[in-house]
Design a protein around this ligand. Sequence first.
Ligand SMILES: [Mn+2]
Length: 510
Amino acid sequence: MSTDSEKQDFKGFIAKIKEGIDSVKDAKGTVLCISHIDADGLTSAGIIGKALHRANIQYQVRGVRQLELPIISELSMLKNIKNFIFSDLGGGQIEGINKYLSDRNILILDHHPVITPPKSKSIINVNPFPYNYDGSHQVSGSGISYFFAKTLDPKNIDSAAIAVVGALADRQDKGEKNSLTDLNRIIVKDGIKAGVLEENMDIRLFGRETRRIYQALEYTTDPFYPGLTGDGDMCIRFMRDTGIPQQKGDKWRTIQDLSEEERRTLVQALLTYGLQMGMSAEDAQSILGKVYTLTNEKPGTLLRDAREFGSLLNSCGRLGATGIAIGICMGERKFLLQEAETIMKEYRKKISQFLELVTLDSEHVKEYNNLIVFDGKDVIDDTMIGTIISIAISTKSFADKKKPLIGIAESNDGTVKVSCRGTGPLVAMGLDLGLALRGAVESIGSNAEGGGHNIAAGARIPQGTEQLLFENLNIAIEKQLKKDEAESKKQSSTKKAVKKPKTTTTKTTK
Ligand SMILES: [Mn+2]
């Protein structure tokens, strides 16, 4: 499937990691690990923390929302720290690291594209792209951290399950039937070998271990069931019609509790329903896919299913409980899990409150020719804007618009956080939000920064530059979709037609 697979250089990738290990092993004093606070970053920090602890290397772990210049400059004031590890971030911020930290030993374990190369030998940049691995779906931050840990000490193979949690949370399950591929595949195999992970084909409803079945159905957005997704009452009715007992005694059953026979019945019912509702056969069949189970975790907990584990970590990160999250990733349980569960509940409540604000006829939503903007500046926490628009774009009314969704929120420091989300079909048409956003941000000036992947990207911009950003994005996205249209016309006529954007001027719906 991927064209770069012939040239993938695993040995070169590991050799680079070994360089990094040598520098960490020689560290004098504390190694400070700075990681992103999404689930991929938190699992990265957990894996690195555990590995350094095992190796008797003094360390500290800290989570940040984004590695911005002021933060890098602040880090440079920590004169007693000679060794830094940046995980799940740093690759796109080497310019700042060059500027402020070139006199320290830096190890960057990141999967985001690198823009500026390191200028000093003391900055070791481990990144999958130079070895022809695509960091958007073949390995994540947690995966690179895992290879670091495993190369440091083979015992750390027991961190493979945590690495899988990070990869899934970063939506890297782009292989057949939502499986993990390439470098991620190696990690899955390690996890199975180490007895910490299982990979099975099962019903991909969200919350397999912990949610009532109708709730799992209600909260599942991939696949999206028109008429069921987001509608609890309809899901209760649907489940009643299947005849599958929902409760055992007074206890609600979960997907995990279903027998083989009941699983088949449910899959068949969902397939039939999906096709009746006009879903493509492929979408309808995608209800069956690869699920990943952390075999050492207690059944019925949020940690047993790798995707649920990931969303628990994301909730912790967004509500500022990074210590709890990293502790859990390092294997600490006791009270931490209980605390995390409380945080998760609080988080879900917030999400549903915010989601009510993101509708096409909302005063906060504005439609451009090639994108839709949700302005959450006065109403939404900047840590949650990404999640909110990720969920919103998967709902039918937005998905039907066939335009990427851009959300903005105000940060504590007064800057504006921008989150962009596309869909699979849009990416297939040529959409690359990371590229579009980088270009749009550049035109704003040096006090703005951003980038990311084709399907999801983010930025931070000064107040007052939003309008300029939207207009630039609108133009860039139009070009991407148009260019691909022209190419596909030339090459073949079988490709899906792209709706032609008419002009680049903006207009609002309401
Ligand atoms: Mn990541």
